[in-house]
Design a protein around this ligand. Structure first.
Ligand code: UDP
Ligand code: MG
Length: 179
């Protein structure tokens, strides 16, 4: 059965929207396979989670927002759950999210230098779902990813000079085994 990964972000937990979001998941007939409250989420984990956004100038407020309080993370399953959950969440930008969607009903537009506080996350493809489920729930993959990110940051000057073998081995093992 198709699975996707979701987060009730710190704003959702703080505002007491956990019940509301879970109600919508159940109402829609999806199965909750896993559900965990994470009270301390590291910056490294968020950087790995948003690996495609890390280099963007607007990323630091997103890291700050996502580590600002407890999050609820989980796996849900059902037919076409990846696409359906994205539809139920609504558009990323609150001003574009339609009423009736979670973001359309609850998300707040970003203030100056702030992240968009849009209550929920959902994987955007089958590949992202697999990667995110492994990252958040398989501890040893999380550790390899953390080490990789750490080494990349610490030794970025060496990497630029072409001494990349250790990075290649680490990159290979983490991408290979997170599938
Ligand atoms: N985000 C933001 N400003 C931006 C783009 C993204 O604050 O200009 C935040 C927002 O919380 C969003 C998350 O980063 O949900 C991930 O961005 P993505 O484009 O992947 O949107 P999503 O998949 O969450 O709809
Ligand atoms: Mg996304």
């Amino acid at each position: 059965m198709e699975q996707t990964f979701f987060i009730i972000k710190p704003d959702g937990v703080k505002r007491g929207l956990v019940g509301e979001v879970l109600k919508r998941i159940e109402q829609r007939g999806f199965t909750i396979e896993k559900l965990e409250l994470r009270t301390k989420v590291s910056e490294e984990l968020i950087d790995q989670h948003y690996q495609d956004l890390v280099g963007q100038s607007f990323y630091p407020p997103i890291r700050e927002f996502m580590t600002s309080g407890p999050v609820l993370v989980g796996i849900i399953s059902g037919p076409k759950v990846i696409e359906t959950w994205r539809t139920m969440m609504g558009a990323t930008r609150p001003e574009e999210a339609l009423p009736g969607t979670i973001r359309g009903d609850f998300a707040k537009a970003a203030g100056e230098n702030q992240a968009i506080q849009n209550v929920v996350h959902g994987s955007d493809s089958e590949e992202s779902a697999k990667r995110e489920i492994a990252l958040w729930f398989e501890e040893w993959i999380g550790s390899i990813n953390w080490l990789k990110a750490h080494l990349n940051r610490k030794y970025s000057h060496i990497k630029k000079k072409g001494l990349t073998s250790s990075f290649l081995i680490l990159s290979f093992s983490s991408t290979h085994y997170s599938r």
